[in-house]
Design a protein around this ligand. Structure first.
Ligand code: ADP
Ligand code: ZN
Ligand code: ZN
Length: 741
């Protein structure tokens, strides 16, 4: 008779603790380990849980415990480092342990699917084939063709063969003759890289960076701070080369829209390694298959390059040697729902847990990372020059005061566009608003098309014509007259991509005018199709939103016009200027990436803004030092630490009342524990109070001491879960929030 034992199980429920269960009747303790999934009864439901502890005493003695239904896995699904990462998220983000551990898993594993890869039927040639049978194939030309096909490829999946026109009859014909064998292959295919391209000769700055990176054998974060086109990617390639040669794994995180075919191709052409892509367009099944492929990598296997967006930071990788985060400042690394983790911070923590080097690369590093480089937490590697022969683009402020402007664009800049096209070069016009115009209005009575479910205007779209709320996706038909005063004279107000497109198409009707935004690229692969004339190098005009700002290499673009960057100057978000500067440089960095020098114009009404001059006359680094100075004086991040409690409800005032209760709880704890050094702000209405039919409110918690902030949160968070009587309220806690929305 063995001693009784209890399983503490983490369940994805909004309850801030784990739950104890009895093991399966009669099962031995040796069958259980931390990180194993189990299926458990939870109220009337059956849920997937993860064992986080095995105890000889239950957490709450005296309670009647239920037994688990069964074990889902026989070995832990979570590797040690990913388990630790999940537990770190639980502590650092103050989120329930179950939700933290579920967040690190692919969706299908959260739902209880078996951790086995899906397989696809495939065929290969038999090793011993009868000569006579083979000769006989001359009478069956299709079968012969298939034989030749497989001889060249060694094996092929059934679906690829049918796609290539080999019917089941042809396949079965060869199978019956014993020429081919049926086999199973993993249905998820890695990209097979081949080392067809040789490394470039590095310039001195690149060489210094690569040496530092290849020498690092332990945990060490690097900030690779290099202007656009300075050859950061080449530095990544050469610093992972030794790891690839040694058959290791490398993890590369890229922003949501940074995963361009060009980027993937550069890795695929440099290394004979398998490349696993983990992006948001994968199905849950594909994601799990890729996850398993990474998890099962063994010493002696071909090296693996794992490239993915934010959540790829949780990909298990038993032979991981290095982590890279490209465009580390990018907003898409921050998760904005569920557990609001920052992919960059999680990646640094993972590198620390595994004792590995990690590189954060950017042309416009976040102020947090600049600060970490200044205080030498990160080693600062700088690439000041563009690589090869390319020169920096000239960045010019274009004062919009007293100018003739049509459809958002100064007439004088039309001449610049004309000149650029005549020189057989390309133009990029950046505007961060899709649709035709930000809204529709009536000059007679002042009516503006507003969303009923949000404190926001409806965007006017012409292709196809409708009103669309970009905040809640609400769509309405275009009114023919003003709904208030019935005037038929209603007008678009402001400019969006569609409007600029029609303006420029009318002005320059001999060249392609290409609009790139979320609407024009909604279909898969449509972006690359639209960009064909651009890649072909013919004179053309590109109009686009953020989507164009990153990753793309347009050698023929020499003129960039940014239509309106002014929102960054009067925003309530203290990060607005940082974000604007990053955007300006990302966009202007598209110009003149090869031998022709580029120019970028910033249209603005605030041409005298000192920070703007710092950016154009000096550089981003100078601007970031100035911005850091401001932050320091105001005790704002990275010199202060913040947590943000957001709440919303369909009932007006309910979220605010809830946060008042939270605030009382906070005040009580603060007084009883004499915690000076923590300040609260709120409850305040959110900048867009009504959104998608919910009224939103926020409460800020600030401290200049990170430890103190977390100590305080540890004390109070459970109390927030226990506040009763606000049934319609949803709330969330955001540690290190990156916006005030
Ligand atoms: P980044 O990632 O910093 O924007 P890339 O690595 O994409 O820069 O490099 C920009 C361009 O310069 C690319 O066309 C690349 O092939 C080229 N390049 C990079 N390093 C060198 C080098 N050492 N010599 C010549 N060309 C280079
Ligand atoms: Zn009207
Ligand atoms: Zn709306």
């Amino acid at each position: 008779m063995t001693a009784p034992f209890y399983l503490s199980v983490a369940i994805a429920a909004p309850l801030n603790r784990s739950f104890d269960y009895l093991p399966e009747t009669g099962s031995d303790i040796s069958l259980y380990q931390r990180g194993l999934r189990v299926s458990v009864p939870f109220g009337p439901r059956t849920l997937v849980g993860i064992i986080v502890d095995i105890r000889d005493q239950p957490q709450q003695p005296g309670h009647k415990l239920k037994a688990i239904h069964n074990r889902i896995d026989h070995t832990p699904i979570l590797s040690q480092d990913i388990q630790q990462l999940g537990l770190w998220m639980h502590e650092y983000y103050h989120q329930p342990i179950g939700e933290s551990l579920h967040t690190v898993l692919p969706v299908l594993l959260r739902k209880g699917s078996q951790a086995t890869a899906s397989v696809e039927m495939a065929y290969g040639l038999n090793t011993s084939i009868n000569e006579d049978t083979l000769n006989g194939l001359s009478r069956a030309p299709r079968q012969l063709a298939l034989y030749e096909h497989l001889k060249a490829k060694t094996q092929a999946q059934h679906k690829d063969l049918t796609q290539a026109g080999y019917t089941s009859a042809i396949i079965n014909g060869l199978k019956d003759k014993g020429i081919i064998n049926e086999l199973e292959t993993p249905s998820f295919q890695a990209i097979n890289g081949s080392a067809v391209q040789t490394p470039l000769t590095l310039n001195a700055e690149q060489q210094t960076a690569v040496s530092a990176l290849t020498q690092a054998k332990q945990f060490k974060p690097f900030l690779l701070d290099g202007v656009t086109g300075s050859g950061k990617t080449e530095v990544y390639l050469q610093s992972i080369a030794p790891h690839i040669e040694a058959g290791k794994q490398v993890l590369i995180l890229v922003p949501e829209i940074g995963l361009t075919p060009q980027m993937i191709q550069r890795f695929a052409q440099r290394f004979e390694a398998n490349i696993l892509l983990l992006h948001s367009a994968l199905t849950d099944r594909e994601r799990l298959d890729a996850w398993l492929m990474a998890a099962h990598h063994k010493a002696g296997d071909k090296a693996q390059i794992i490239i993915g967006t934010r959540s790829a930071v949780f990909t298990p990788a038993p032979n991981l040697a290095m982590i890279i985060i490209d465009e580390e400042h990018d907003a898409s690394f921050k998760q904005q729902d569920g557990i609001r983790y920052h992919g960059r911070d999680v990646a640094v923590m993972r590198a620390k847990l595994l004792n590995l080097p990690i590189v954060l690369g950017s042309a416009t590093p976040s102020l947090d990372s600049v600060q970490n480089a200044l205080n030498e937490k990160y080693q600062h590697l700088v690439l000041r020059q563009r690589a090869g022969n390319a020169q920096d683009a000239q960045l010019k402020i274009f004062n919009m005061k007293k100018r003739a402007v049509h459809h958002g664009l100064a007439d004088e800049l039309l001449a610049e566009i004309q000149q650029t096209l005549q020189n057989q070069q390309q133009v990029l016009v950046f505007i961060n608003r899709r649709g035709f115009a930000p809204t529709l209005y009536c000059p007679d009575c002042g009516w503006i098309a507003e969303c009923k479910r949000c404190d926001a205007k409806m965007t006017l779209h012409q292709k196809p014509p409708h009103l669309h709320c970009h905040h809640c996706d609400n769509k309405n038909p275009l009114p023919k007259q003003c709904p208030e005063c019935l005037s038929r004279d209603i007008h678009p107000m402001g400019v969006g991509t569609e409007r600029l497109e029609s303006h420029l198409a009318a002005q320059f009707n001999t060249v392609p005018v290409i609009r790139i935004d979320r609407d024009s690229t909604a279909k898969k692969d449509s972006m690359e199709a639209l960009l064909e004339p651009v890649h072909a190098g013919e004179p053309c005009i590109l109009i686009g939103t953020q989507m164009l700002a990153k990753g793309h290499h347009f050698p023929k673009v020499t003129l960039v016009i940014m239509v309106n960057i002014d929102s960054g100057f009067f925003s309530a978000d203290f990060r607005a200027m940082e974000k604007t500067a990053q955007l300006v440089l990302q966009v202007s960095g598209r110009a003149g990436r090869e031998k022709d020098q580029g120019r970028a114009y910033l249209q603005t009404e605030f041409a005298d803004h000192p920070l703007l001059h710092l950016l154009t006359e000096e550089n981003y680094h100078a601007l970031s030092l100035a911005l850091l100075d401001e932050r320091k004086q105001q005790h704002l991040p990275p010199y202060g630490f913040q947590a943000l409690l957001r709440a919303d409800s369909p009932n007006p005032k309910e979220a605010e009342q809830f946060l008042h209760r939270v605030r009382e709880l906070f005040n009580w704890h603060q007084q009883n524990n004499q915690l000076g050094g923590i300040t609260f702000l709120g409850p305040l209405p959110s900048p867009m109070e009504l959104r998608a039919g919910r009224f939103r409110s926020q409460l800020w918690i600030n401290s200049s001491n990170r430890k103190l902030l977390h100590h305080f949160l540890n004390m109070v968070v459970n109390g927030v879960y226990e506040i009763k009587g606000f049934n319609k309220v949803r709330w969330s806690l955001d540690i290190d929030p990156t916006d005030n929305l």
